[in-house]
Design a protein around this ligand. Sequence first.
Ligand code: SAM
Length: 247
Amino acid sequence: MTKKDGGIGARGLKTRVKKKRGLKSSSRRWLERHLNDPYVRRASQEGMRSRAAYKLAEIDDRHHILAPGMKVIDLGAAPGGWCQVAARRVKSDPERPSVVGIDYLEMDPVPGAAILQADFLDEGVPERLIEMLGGRPDVVLSDMAAPTTGHRRTDHLRTMHLVEAAGDFAIAVLKPGGHFLAKAFQGGAENELLARLKRNFRSVHHVKPPASRAESVELYLLAKGFRGGEEEHTGSTHAQEAGEPER
Ligand SMILES: C[S@@+](CC[C@H](N)C(=O)[O-])C[C@H]1O[C@@H](n2cnc3c(N)ncnc32)[C@H](O)[C@@H]1O
């Protein structure tokens, strides 16, 4: 199906996908973009499970949310790229993992991470995650995304429901000083969650790592420095970190 101009492995040359009956042009464009994506290539060379792994790595390089000895929960973990990055950066012991990932999809084991195959929204699942981790997490990560329907508004609302559930969980279980990072989408409907995060964390901002495609509406919410215990009063309490404009 694919043809490399100038020979297989020729660097800098684009892989083109032949026009074939049965492959819609939008699918052909997706496949072409995927095959020519430097992060996809890098992931396969470096043994990373997903190109998404680089989003977490880039966010952590800049914002320093993972450190050796930390406990981490990774919501929506399959195929495991974020678990790989987190397990390496917190130096998780494979015998007693300090990273717990959850996904309703089956995934291959990740050294240094314990995996729960379940729907995060099901009753009793949050408690099970804390049990598996053996205590409160320092960091709650969520890259959860609902399967896309093609209807932008529906997809946005479904993802916002997931980020809100992840935010509630983070506020309920994080250790004081802990951090929360979650996939969100550009396009509103998140004001309530933002306000709640601002009341409960020292700083809150949106981040778009270079590995997140510019044309994608994907955006990450990063809340740092959990104040510990729900704060219900309103008013601006968050301090922005230098250099990171809040949107
Ligand atoms: C973008 S992928 C995550 C990629 C991952 N961060 C990585 O680096 O490999 C989003 C995942 O969220 C999972 N997901 C969505 N809703 C979920 C839910 N309610 N419970 C558990 N997993 C969920 C999907 O199954 C999917 O695997």
